[in-house]
Each structure stands twice: as C-alpha cells, then as structure tokens.
Design a protein around this ligand. Sequence first.
Ligand SMILES: [Cu+2]
Length: 161
Amino acid sequence: MNTRNLLFFMSAAIAVIFLAYEAHAAQGVSVSHAWVQAMPPTQTTTAAYMTITNTSSKEVVLVSASSDIAGAVEIHRMSEANGMMTMAMVKQIAIPARSQVTLQPGGYHIMLINLKKPVHKGEMVPVTLHFKGGASIIVNAEVKMQGKQKPSSMPGMRMSQ
Ligand SMILES: [Cu+2]
C-alpha cells in the first residue's frame, strides 16, 4: 500500500468511525411503560404516554413523533392554570443527561390526531420518536383503559394556542 492509498484508507476508516458515532446518538435512550389511551370508536384523537430514559452523558431532545395509525402526531403538554386544564403543543422535550422524563396524563403526551382506525384495548400501536440529530426509536405502545381520564375530560383536545 503506498502513502496515497494509506491516506485514503485512513480517511475512509475515520468516516466509518464518525458514521458509527452518529448511529450511537440514539443509544443510551430507552422507552418504557409505553401505552395509548383506549378511546370509543367515535373519537378520532387519543394520546400516547411513556417514560423516556436517557442514560447517556448528553442531553437528548425529542423533536417529533410519528405513527402509521394517525394522520398527524404532535407533542403536547397539559397543565393546570386557574383550576382549568389546558393543553398546548410543544416543540420539543429535552431529556437531560442521566435522567428520565415521563409522559403521563396531566402532563406531556404524544397526541395521535386523525386516527385512521379506532384503537382497541390490548392492541399495540407503533409510535416512532424522532430525536434532534436524526436518531429515532420505534416504540410499541399498548392500548389501555387507564386512569380516571374519560374521553369527555379531554374535550376534543382543543388547544390553547
Ligand atoms: Cu394533547
């Protein structure tokens, strides 16, 4: 191998190392307790909840989500103001290094809008989480009847923005 070839080989090797590093971006991120709120067939909107854990030494930022079963998917946050629950779309959720963020009723959630089919209890719904930098994770969320949250308590998911 002459010097020119050696340089080419080395830069190719370095490129591969960088690509591998990029692919590692989603590593250290895991999702647990993923579930989707069961809804009556008349409802075309529901929400997905989960715990996102970041065991890496860098902050990871959830920037969007997608799902084959929904026409649109948005990241929302519910909060209480003056005794009223209001919901607003958020651009992202940051998960600091070595910590976790839980998406749960009354807080952050992933809104599944314009459902293409009803979601039935026990079904698994695939939701893809997209992180800043291009990494993504596919999550299978089980449809559950959970909590006191009735569909009527989320009136059409009207947003306050
Ligand atoms: Cu919502």
